[in-house]
Design a protein around this ligand. Sequence first.
Ligand code: HEM
Length: 510
Amino acid sequence: MLDWHSSVLSAPAILAATCIVYTIVLVIYRLYLSPIARFPGPKLAAVTGLYEFWYDAIRGGKYIWEVEKMHMNYGPVVRIRPDEIHVSDPDFYGVLYASGQERRDKVKKNARQFGAPDSVLAAVHHDLHRMRRATLSFFFSKSSVNRLEPVIQEKVDQLVDRMRGFRTTRQPIPVFAMFTAFTNVVDVIMEYAFARSDRRLAHPEFDPLFMEAFSAAGDLCHWTLHMNWILQMLQALPEWMAKAMVPGLGKVIEFQNKIKGQIRDIENGTNKQDGNTIFHHILASDMPRSEKTLGRLWQEGMVVVGAGTETTAWTLVVGLTYIMMNDNIRRRLEHELQEAKASIGMLRLKDLEQLPYLSACIKESLRLSYGVTSRLPRVAPNQTLEVSGTTDLRIPADVHISMNSVMIHRNPQVFPDPDAFHPERWLDNPRLSRYLVSFSKGARQCLGVNLAYAELYMALGAIFDQFRTPDEGELRLQLLGATVNDVAIAGDMFVPSVVSNNKHVKAIFE
Ligand code: HEM
C-alpha cells in the first residue's frame, strides 16, 4: 500500500512530468507537423504566441516592426505565430480581403477583441456576416450619405464656428478632441441613424472623456486579444466599480444605457421617432429572432460609434497637420478651393469630390493615418491561396492569414519616400488608389467608407477655404509646436500610436 506522504509528493511530480511531455509534444507538432510548419520564419514565433505577446502587449504594439524585419529576412510569406501566416505582397491584398462569393471567415479571438461579440464586426462566419451587413448597408450607401449631406454640413458649419471662436479668443485648438467631437457618430450619423445627438461639438472642451474611454479600450487591445476574459470581467463588474477603474467609462456606460432604453422603447412601441433608426430597421427586417435581441442590438450600436469616430478624426488630424507643415501644399490646396468657389459658388460634396488636389491630399492623409493598423487575420475555409512568385508556398485552406495596412502604405516600391506627405504621388499615378487599404477591402471592408469620405472632403474643404492664408498682418491658422513626430506612426495599438506618444496636436490663430 502506498503511504500518504509518497502519494502527495508524487502528485506534483506527475503534474510536472505531464506538463513537460505536453510542451515537448506541442513544440514538435508546431515545428514539424503543423499544416504551416514549412513556412519560413523565426522558430520562436512558430513555437509560441508569447513572442508576439512580448512585443505587442508588453512593449506596446511593436510586433508590426518585428514582422517587417521577418519579411526582409524570409520573403513575402512568413509564419509569425504558431497559427498565423503573414503576407507582405501588396498585390495579394485583394486576394485575401476578397469580395463576392469568395468565403472569408474572421478569426474568433480577434473578432472578440472589443467586447461586442454579436456585432457585424465580430461575425466570424462569412454567411452570418453577410446577413448582418446586408441589414446595415442601406444606412451607409453612397446615396444615403448624399441624403445626409445637410446634416454633415450643419456639423461642418458648427466646426468652423467653433474655430472662429478660437480665433477671437486666440486660445489653442485641441485638434484631435475637436475632430473627434465632429466625427463622433453621436454628432454626425447618430442624428440620422440613431435619431439622437449628444452635441459634443458644442461642449467647451469637446467632451473628451467619452472618447478617452474608447481610447482606453485601444490601449488594452493587445491584452484583450490574448486574454479576452479581461473584457468579460470588466463588463461583469458593477457599474460603479467599472466607472472607478476606467476614467470616462461612466460616459460610455451611460451611452450604452441610453441606447438600450431606446431599443426597449422601439420594442414596446413607445418610441417617438419616425422609424428611421438602424434599430427600427433591424427589428423590422426578416432576420431571425436571435438577431433582434437587446443584447445584440446595443453591441451593433456601439460598434458603429466606436468604428467611425477615432479613425476619421485621426485622418483629419494627420491631414491638417501635414498640410499646415508644408506651405506649398497648403497654398496649392487653398488656390484650388478658391478657383472652384469662384466658378461654382458654394461647394457641395459632389463638387469637392471632383477637386484633384483636395482628393490627393485626402488619399495621402488616409495613407499616413493607416486606418486600422492591426493585422486583420482572415481564413479562406475552402480555398488554397497563392502569393504570386511563390508556388512552393501555397497557403492551405483554413489557415489564419493576415496582412496590415502599415506595411502596404510604407512599401517603398509602391510609395517611394513612404514617410513623406506627397499628395502629388496620387496625381502622377491614379493606379495607386488600388493600394490604399485604410478601409481594408472586400466583403468586410469598412461599412462607413462613404460617410468617412464625405466627412473628410467637407471638413478639410471648409477649413482650408474658410481659414485660408490671410494677408500680411492678419491672424493665420498655424500649428502650435507640433512636429512630424506627433503624427508619425510608432506602433500598432489597433490604430496608430505616434512617435511623440502625444496625439494632442494643437493649432492656433497667430
Ligand atoms: C477614415 C475613417 C475610417 C477608417 C480608416 C475605417 C477603417 C475600417 C476598417 C479597416 C475596417 C475593417 C475592420 C476589420 O476587418 O475588422 C472597418 C470596419 C467597419 N467600419 Fe470603418 N473606418 C472608418 C470610418 C468609419 C465610419 C465613419 C463608420 C460608420 C459610422 C465606420 C463603421 C465601420 C463598421 C460598422 C465596420 C465593420 C464592417 C464589417 O465588419 O462588415 N467606419 N473600418
